[in-house]
Design a protein around this ligand. Structure first.
Ligand SMILES: [Zn+2]
Length: 374
């Protein structure tokens, strides 16, 4: 086989690609496919699939299930599934009024979930990250007792994050240029793990995309905490923007001469629909959200809006007010309705999305995970 540049594709990269293909086929199947079914859907030969499946089983990523007893002729085929005891992801979240950690196994099941409620604005970034490190260590210990091995950790933060894990600014935490990835790598319980840091709404949007199998590939995910963030998913891909900082819907202007915002401007959405403002006046929060969302829909032609974070439990209360503004302000509202729904993962979407990002890394490149597969 030749690649685009004309040089022979290395056998190991073909193998790595095929391992990922087989693993993804099992992960994306509604049922537990047999080896023959995987061969049929991937176009690989049955012998090749069988060898790859054996390696994935030995590597702890797949399990073979006992076939259901069947009467009559023909031997029933064994089904394959992701290994519940395979590599797990540690999802971490730091937000204004809580810290959270969860362990999600390779099948996507949450095995442990820890939440510590406390106002992080009262702590320095170093102290808040040290607290989070303790929570992470507890989660890892619980995973170890279950016999799970962590493949990595990912942290969700309500701020602008660079690809190497530097939090440039998190206005509601009062953070500026905090190297969160490096701080977490210094936690002894995490020292041997890859640690990634990303914006909480982006991670939540990706988690939502994967949780909602067969759902819309284009949607806006809006996360309502003390601050408000959004993740823009277009055709199944997260749109990060030119510098990776898209989705700052909390600072979209809804009332030009309105309340002063922490960012220095006036009348930002966050001042009317952030968690604290929403508790004071839910109707105003819904109207302000509807105004900002109508602008997004008019601009991007996104017809599905997912409300997460603190908005998920308050969804029924907010919905009529948001929909009234969308009907009034979206040009195409009469041609095609905009769908609003609460996040499938509820208020846990960001930390679940963080853990899911780790799991996704294993599923996308199983050869890198286990030396036995390489
Ligand atoms: Zn603002």
């Amino acid at each position: 086989m030749m690649n685009a540049s004309g040089s022979p594709v290395r056998q190991s990269s073909v193998r790595a690609h095929n391992l990922a293909l087989v693993l993804q086929t099992v992960a994306n199947s509604a049922d537990q496919p047999s080896r023959a079914a995987i061969a049929a859907s991937t176009g690989l030969t049955r012998a090749t699939v069988s060898a790859l499946v054996d390696d994935l089983i030995e590597g702890g990523l797949l399990v073979e299930l006992e076939p259901a007893p069947r009467t009559g002729a023909g031997r029933p085929a064994a089904g394959l599934a992701l290994a519940p005891d395979g590599p797990a992801g540690l999802g971490l979240e730091i937000n204004v009024d809580y810290l959270a950690a969860c362990v999600v196994d390779l099948t996507g099941a949450v095995r442990h979930r820890l939440v510590a409620r406390a106002d992080q604005r009262l702590l320095s970034p170093e102290a808040a990250l040290a607290e989070l490190g303790r929570l992470a260590a507890q989660a890892r210990a619980a995973a170890t007792i279950d016999g799970l091995t962590l493949a990595g950790a990912a942290l969700a933060v309500p701020g602008l994050v660079t690809p190497d894990g530097l939090v440039r600014v998190a206005p509601n935490l009062g953070w500026q240029d905090v190297d969160a990835a490096q701080a977490l790598r210094k936690v002894p319980a995490l020292a041997d793990l890859p640690v990634a840091v990303d914006n909480e709404a982006n991670l939540a949007a990706l988690g939502e995309l994967r949780a909602d199998h067969g759902g819309e590939p284009t949607f806006l995910y809006v996360s309502g905490e003390v601050g408000i963030g959004a993740g823009i998913v277009l055709d199944g891909e997260l749109y990060r923007g030119g510098r990776g900082w898209s989705g700052e819907i909390g600072h979209v202007t809804v009332f030009p001469d309105g309340r002063p915002c922490r960012c220095g401007a006036n009348g930002c959405l966050e001042q009317y629909a952030g968690q604290e403002a929403m508790a004071a006046d839910a109707d105003l929060a819904a109207a302000a959200l509807g105004i900002a969302l109508a602008a997004v829909v008019n601009l991007l032609d996104i017809d599905q809006i997912v409300l997460g974070g603190g908005y998920a439990p308050g969804f029924d209360r907010l919905r009529p007010g948001i929909e009234a503004e969308l009907r009034r302000r979206v040009l195409t509202a009469e041609l095609a309705p905009v769908t609003l729904r609460p996040a499938t993962l509820g208020a846990d979407a960001a930390m679940r999305g963080a853990a899911d990002a780790v799991i996704r890394g294993v599923r996308d490149n199983p050869a890198a995970w286990s030396g036995r597969l390489g």
